[in-house]
Design a binder for this molecule. Structure first.
Ligand code: UN1
Length: 476
């Protein structure tokens, strides 16, 4: 087996293997991964339990050194790791390398954060008493990550978890084990004591469920679907675990009459179709006021149809394949549903290329209304719809009329509307004249409503999840 599990400082195989298939060329097997079991989870948690106190008491310098080593190596190898990522996930080489670099930068950022952990010292309301507020690690944390960011999301959960002194069990998606394995291999050589970091590759129902149900695991951070998030939340409610969920989106991108057309089209193209639209931050609802609607739609349709769809590893490719056949069929089903609901579809066709892969042309669905299924449910593919509205006020109310609230964008040259939108868009992230997707690595990431649950990921705010606060009163 090429990609094994890292448990208690050892590489461990499994009875069952899963093939890591290149979505650009299904004849290319990236490798075979060990399919972990509940028993592997138990062993990983036991190892983490033994190692946790040591790491919880490590110095900021030890934490810095480990995280800095990992970040430095990822950055030095970003071209190779990015290529591996693109080969197994299907995003373009530029996006794959960019994601690997982001993972390296995240480890570097949290290396610094390990040195910067602070507390508060306050005067008591009672004379002579001192108060100190400090943060301690949560203990053993379970990290469950999706297939669409095979290295960045494992990095943005693992790095803060370790920086804050926790022991980790990472369950990466079994669809993209190569990137997670490469990350684990670097962590294994970083000087981190045995058992502090463990990785068990496997399916949600087996490995994910065992991790969430384990009583020694004190916190779960999950990125994935709303349906799975709800199951995890119910289980964490039972066992009283700390919980952080990052789930779906149906992100609005508003285009106003006064927008710079090139800026609006560029941001919509990127937000809707880059990474093959397989981002929870994708711009899937384009809400356009009537004065610019026809010009915007014509320009976007032209740019979308000109996108070069092909093998992720081909330098000329601008949009790679869909992850697998099941997702491709789901995308096609939604395109069909949109057409039957009265939408006008351009693109959205299955494409043949030189190699067998899951290729789909970008789909733009115009003449839609916000109550159609295409505008209510997350597709997770290169499919965007356009909703025509009268004015800014209607645009804002349509933008907020959704169960989700991850990211919301607006293209406008009006300071008044930009400011109003920033204040009133019901989303965790607001983008002005920028795509809804594509975020910085040093600031909080997360949403509102059904998109997120619990405290924010990334940046300084990540410590909120990976620590527990202690308030100490002393009468000297
Ligand atoms: C981005 O848009 O840069 O699963 C990040 C996702 C998100 C990450 C998006 N958690 O798509």
């Amino acid at each position: 087996m090429d990609f094994r599990n890292w448990i208690a400082g050892e590489w461990r195989g499994a009875d069952e293997a899963i093939a890591d298939i290149n979505p650009s060329n299904t004849g290319d097997i990236v490798g075979e991964a060990a399919l972990g079991t509940a028993e592997d989870v138990n062993d990983a948690v036991a190892a983490a339990k033994a190692a946790a106190p040591g790491w919880a008491n490590s110095t900021p310098q030890q934490r810095f050194d480990v995280l800095d080593f990992i970040g430095t190596e990822i950055l030095a190898r970003k071209a190779e790791l990015g290529r591996l990522l693109s080969r197994e996930e299907g995003k373009t080489l530029a996006e794959g390398i960019g994601e690997a670099a982001r993972a390296g930068q995240i480890f570097k950022f949290f290396a610094g954060e390990a040195l910067r952990q602070t507390g508060d010292r306050l005067a008591s309301v009672r004379p002579g008493v001192e108060i100190e507020v400090t943060r301690s690690p949560v203990g053993i944390v379970g990290l469950i990550t999706p297939w669409n960011f095979p290295i960045a999301i494992p990095a943005w959960k693992t790095a803060p978890a370790l920086a804050c002194g926790n022991a980790v069990i990472l369950k990466p998606s079994e669809i993209v084990p190569a990137s997670a394995h490469a990350l684990a291999e670097i962590i294994a050589r970083s000087g981190l004591p045995e058992g502090v970091f463990n990785m068990v590759i496997g399916t949600g129902p087996d490995v994910g469920a065992a991790l969430v149900a384990h009583d020694d695991v004190k916190a779960i951070s999950f990125t994935g679907s709303v349906a799975t998030g709800r199951l995890i939340a119910a289980e964490c409610g039972r066992s009283l675990k700390k919980l952080q969920l990052e789930m779906g989106g149906k992100n609005p991108f508003v285009v106003l009459d006064d927008a710079d057309l090139d800026v609006a089209v560029g941001a919509a193209l990127n937000g809707a179709f880059f990474s093959t639209g397989q981002r929870c931050t994708a711009s899937s609802r384009l809400i356009v006021t009537e004065g610019i609607h026809d010009r915007f739609v014509a320009a976007l349709a032209e740019k979308a149809s000109a996108l070069v769809v092909g093998d992720a590893l081909d330098e000329a490719t601008q949009m790679g394949p869909v992850i697998n056949e099941a997702q491709l069929n789901k995308d096609l089903d939604y395109i069909d549903i949109a057409a039957r609901e009265g939408g006008a579809v351009s693109g959205g066709q299955r494409l043949n290329r030189q190699t067998p892969g899951h290729y789909l042309s970008p789909a733009l669905v115009t003449e839609t209304t916000n109550h159609m299924r295409i505008n209510r449910e997350e597709v997770f593919g290169p499919v965007a719809s356009v909703i025509r509205v009268r004015d800014y006020e209607e645009a804002l109310s349509v933008a907020n009329d959704t169960e989700f609230g991850l990211s919301a964008g607006i293209a406008t040259t009006s300071l008044k509307h930009a400011s109003h939108f920033r204040a009133h868009a019901q989303a965790g992230m607001v983008m002005v004249n920028l795509p809804t997707a594509g975020v910085d690595y040093h600031v909080p990431f997360g949403g509102t409503k059904a998109s997120s649950f619990g405290s924010r990921e990334q940046g300084r705010y990540a410590a909120e999840f990976y620590t527990v606060v202690k308030t100490a009163y002393t009468q000297p």
